[in-house]
Design a protein around this ligand. Sequence first.
Ligand code: MLT
Length: 264
Amino acid sequence: MIALLDDIELAYEETGSGEPVLFVHGFPHDRSLWDTQLAALSGRARCISVDLRGFGESSVQPPYSMDQWADDLAGLLDRLRIEQVVFCGLSMGGYIAFSFWRRHRHRVRALILMDTRADADAPESAQRRKDLIAQVEERGSAAAADALITGMLGKSTREKCPEIVDATHGMLEAAPAAGVIGALRAMMARQDSVPTLGTIDVPTLVLVGDEDVLTPPAVARSMAAGIKGSVLHVIARSGHLSNVERPATVNHLVSEFLASLSLT
Ligand code: MLT
């Protein structure tokens, strides 16, 4: 489906009924990242996955920033007449979750932060992004797919599930180059969300793969420690894309978390 916002079109999927859950992909993904969650959770929630501006079938149109993406998502919720959501963001989707919290916190029923971090880019990460921009300018998104695929997936998945490796590489490679470059610049410019952690006062679930090398368990632990009352689960034999690599475990944990919300 397509939602028409003021300046762009946003492509999204919607299925199920109940508590609205907004699934926000990372970099450089698209909404298909969440297909397994939508299939598994539609029996208990109103599940919405969306292509961020610059990705999937949404408009490839600047500006790109965490705040812009957060505002785009608030615009989507307006179109869908949804007041509050459980905001589930993976990696860059988590960076956007922090921005969404700062700008639209009354719309957040609860947070699911998956394989993400609160701190801003360290100088060496920013340099890696600059180098990647140069490669994508030269070779297109295939350069990003080749550079990122190893870090995206855990060792277990890379060794045992070639079909997940191929499908993930295909998703990264399909991302529009302008969106990839825009997102790299946006992530370099993003603000430090560590001070935001102490302001979060909604139920929060933190998930991380034990083989995630991009946002490792130690990073997730310190992020969770900053969010009062949050619950952390480390997912065995999973890398950075926990929901793709260990869908049954993630779906179970998300489902339990959603059930717990009806008690609060
Ligand atoms: C992601 O999966 O969104 C990326 O790993 C985020 C990043 O590059 O910081």
